[in-house]
Design a binder for this molecule. Structure first.
Ligand SMILES: Nc1nc2c(c(=O)[nH]1)N[C@H]1C(S)=C(S)[C@@H](COP(=O)(O)O)O[C@H]1N2
Ligand SMILES: [Mo]
Length: 243
């Protein structure tokens, strides 16, 4: 028994060694373990990280903290961006803020803050960890992204959820495993009040299982898609940033 198993494992390892990365990549792809930036300069590293995380942590939860761990001085990363449109919406208490949901969905929708707040709300105390090394713990309130996706009816071909800020450049994507994960929120509440603009208010994505840069602030548009081509171009950061 154990001998044949060892043979199998040894055979597998030698096989991968001999036939190379192409076969490994094809195998990973077959099991949905190849990230969309697998082809880039850091492709092999990104693939290994993503595959390992997906195998080990597909169903795992980001750490949640007790209330006393909430940071007294959470660090807002930079000033909120400024634009005339944003300033006008802010002056109006974001009554005109809309979240557009489109792409591979049965019924595309444009949701107001009031509509989002009428959805089942959840609260979680999680850490936001920046790739630069700092982090803070806060209480986030929002509606699970899975609930928003349920409302619009995701098509079976869906593989990714792309999401965009009103702030130029800030556009990112997660796979369906993270999009449907219970801790992935469309967040509008922060430490018991409305999400301040310093922290991305009125609305931001919260993906506590990944690094801070995946938690895009000033969230305005969600697109469900089966490919990231034409949506996001590989940036300086790794597409998958599991922690
Ligand atoms: N629109 C937008 N979203 C953003 C950013 C940004 O500059 N603009 N910074 C990202 C990065 S790198 C991090 S670490 C977190 C910081 O969140 P914070 O401002 O709540 O600290 O937001 C992410 N989302
Ligand atoms: Mo960051």
């Amino acid at each position: 028994m154990s001998v044949s198993r060892r043979k199998l494992i040894t055979g597998g390892v030698v096989g991968v060694g001999l036939t190379g990365i192409a076969v490994a990549a094809r195998t990973l792809d077959r099991y949905g373990l190849l990230p969309p930036d697998a082809g880039g300069m850091y492709g092999a590293g990104h693939s290994l990280t993503y595959a390992a995380q997906r195998l080990i942590t597909r169903h795992s939860m980001a750490r949640e903290f007790p209330a006393e761990k909430i940071s007294r001085h959470p660090f807002a990363n930079g000033k909120p961006f400024e634009s005339d449109e944003f300033a006008a919406m802010r002056a109006d208490g974001f009554a005109d803020w809309r979240l557009e949901v489109r792409g591979l969905v049965r019924s595309p929708a444009t949701l107001s803050m009031a509509t989002l707040k009428s959805y089942p709300s959840r609260t979680q105390i999680t850490a936001l960890a920046c790739e630069e090394g700092w982090s803070y713990v806060a209480e986030w309130t929002g509606t699970p992204l899975s609930h928003v996706l349920e409302q619009v009816g995701v098509q079976p071909e869906a593989k990714f959820v792309v999401y965009e800020s009103m702030e130029p450049y800030w556009k990112d994507a997660i796979d369906m495993a993270d999009a449907l994960h219970p801790q992935t929120f469309v967040a509008y509440g922060f430490n018991g009040s409305d999400l301040p603009v310093e922290f991305g208010g009125p609305l931001r994505m919260r993906v506590p299982r990944q690094l801070g840069y995946k938690s895009v602030k000033f969230l305005q548009r969600i697109t469900v898609t089966d490919t990231l081509e034409g949506h996001i171009s590989p940036g300086a950061y790794s597409w998958y940033a599991g922690i």
